[in-house]
Ligand binder design. Sequence first.
Ligand code: MN
Length: 261
Amino acid sequence: MKPVIGLSCSTSTDAGVRPVRRYSCPEPYVRRVEEAGGIPILLPTADPSRVPGLLALVHGVLLIGGDDVDPSIYGAAPHRKLGPVDHARDEFEIAIARRAAADALPALGICRGCQVMNVALGGSLIQDIPAEVESPLSHAGRYDAAHDVAVTPGTRLHRLLGRKQVAVNSHHHQSIGSPADGFDVTARTSDGVVEAAELPGHAFFLGVQWHPERMPEADATRRLFRAFLEAAVARARSVGGSARPKAASKPPRAGRRAVRG
Ligand code: MN
């Protein structure tokens, strides 16, 4: 059984006389989901009212990286180092994160996705690490191993990685500021920057600040995506969306599948 994983998208606008908006998702996210046994589908930005219907189609969601989150959403004034923002994408992904958190839908947040999870649950962000963190490590521009993260023992992240220290890449200038209530910080760098957080007791609601999808050979990447997909398989079984019929049950009638969101 292959669970369906919905991936969020970034938006860009063509130059030219009749510009159109385009939705896109970097290939490494898609490949890692496939390698871990999932069926990736893209979820282009839509009105937040569409989120329940969209999430009824999937067994897990992957919130991908991207631009900065609009600080007005978490009640902050824009810092002078704030990068471009896409308010519509923010609202869409925040609605996804809230729904996933409330509905036990497995969710993995990567980089911006981890930040979106925190804002969705009521937390805030550091808008620019070099400007706001004292003696920060270099967190920008490295898709190969850039720094270690210390993982908190006893957390889901620690159990799935099987270790307390992991070398990860780093390509971000923002990070979690105040963690949302209940969204537990599970990894930090030596400068104190938050590198992972999770909702304990949830089926799988976990964000990482690094880019595991860009380190396909790393043991930590395989373990992270495997654990996410295992939770999505369990979700698929529980909702019956793509579950094989049990031996004792009647085969499903064509055209009728019990799917709930
Ligand atoms: Mn980092």
